[in-house]
Design a protein around this ligand. Structure first.
Ligand code: ZN
Length: 296
């Protein structure tokens, strides 16, 4: 599933092609995309609007359109936006035509992706507020915020980090990479983390997300750039999808666990189990680890 860095990569690639352009044609081929709203009125509302800006909140692409309309797109599992594809891909759900004759196609084999049209900044904000917590890499994303959110929570920290209503935009890849960097075991109860660990977690989440953006996202399944190319962050993973391989920091074999139903990768030496291990190292995995991940 595209996470914050993948959606941000799409936003950066898409914006120069669509900002300032008019949507002359919009065809919603799959009524499920706009559910519970019927596609017809949404299509009619979109046609003729100018794309003023393409933004992002968490994993949502936020299209700011003329007349204070906002189209909020979520790509879910397999959604992809393709600019000027040579032909419509087999799972085309929405077609956009721009006033300069260029085309944008929304393709989604599993059809979980959504497009919702909202009126006014208040409508947009209310929609996002219900679904998203604080955005990483903003001043509100602090260790104190994480402490307040984690307080009293017995759920594993991995599930806590994945909860979009607490931290916007982090998914399975970046949660594993951030917990490794912060030396926190994914099964550790979120409410048990101390101040220094919460600060390490905050730093590690932002580090992982920024590294993902720099690498233009990770392509481990369907994620594609708007020109169909792949991201490269999958080549820089320290632990994610590296079961059986050596930890880049200490050489211990990386294990795969299931936490909250999600495949989770961990070095149990760098990230000690929550019970029965005391006096283990704390703090961030060093810069040496970052460079060795890049060599793998
Ligand atoms: Zn290790």
């Amino acid at each position: 599933m595209p996470e914050l860095p993948e959606v941000e990569t799409i936003r950066r690639q898409l914006a120069p092609h669509v900002e300032g352009r008019t949507l002359t044609g919009v065809e919603i081929l799959d009524p499920r995309w706009t559910r519970p709203d019927p596609p017809g009125p949404v299509q009619a509302e979109l046609r003729g609007r100018v794309v003023e800006q393409v933004g992002r909140s968490g994993k949502y692409l936020v299209w700011h359109l003329s007349g204070e309309q906002y189209l909020l797109m979520h790509l879910r599992m397999t959604g992809a936006l393709l600019f000027d594809p040579p032909a419509d891909p087999p799972h085309t759900r929405v077609r956009f035509t721009l006033d300069d004759e260029h085309r944008l196609v929304y393709n989604d084999p599993r059809r979980f992706g959504t497009g919702h049209l909202l009126t006014g900044a208040d409508g947009r904000d209310a929609y996002l507020r219900e679904r998203l917590g604080v955005e990483p890499m903003t001043p509100a994303f602090t260790a104190a915020y994480l402490r307040a959110q984690a307080r009293g929570r017995a759920a594993p920290v991995k599930s806590f980090v994945l909860d979009q209503r607490r931290i916007a935009g982090v998914g399975n890849i970046y949660a594993d990479e951030a917990l490794f960097r912060a030396r926190i075991h994914p099964l550790r109860p979120a409410g048990s983390l101390k101040g220094a660990q919460l600060e390490a977690l905050r730093e590690a989440i932002e580090h992982a997300l920024m590294a993902g953006i720099d690498a233009k996202g990770a392509t481990i399944d369907d994620f594609r750039h708007v020109d169909g190319a792949q991201g490269s962050f999958q080549d820089l993973f320290c632990v994610h999808q590296r079961e059986g391989k050596p930890c880049p920091e200490c050489g211990t074999t990386i294990r795969k666990l299931v936490v909250g139903g999600r495949g989770t990768y961990v070095c149990e030496r760098c990230q000690p189990r929550p019970r029965g291990r005391r006096g283990t190292r704390s703090g961030l995995v060093g810069a040496a680890a970052a460079s060795s991940c890049e060599q793998l």
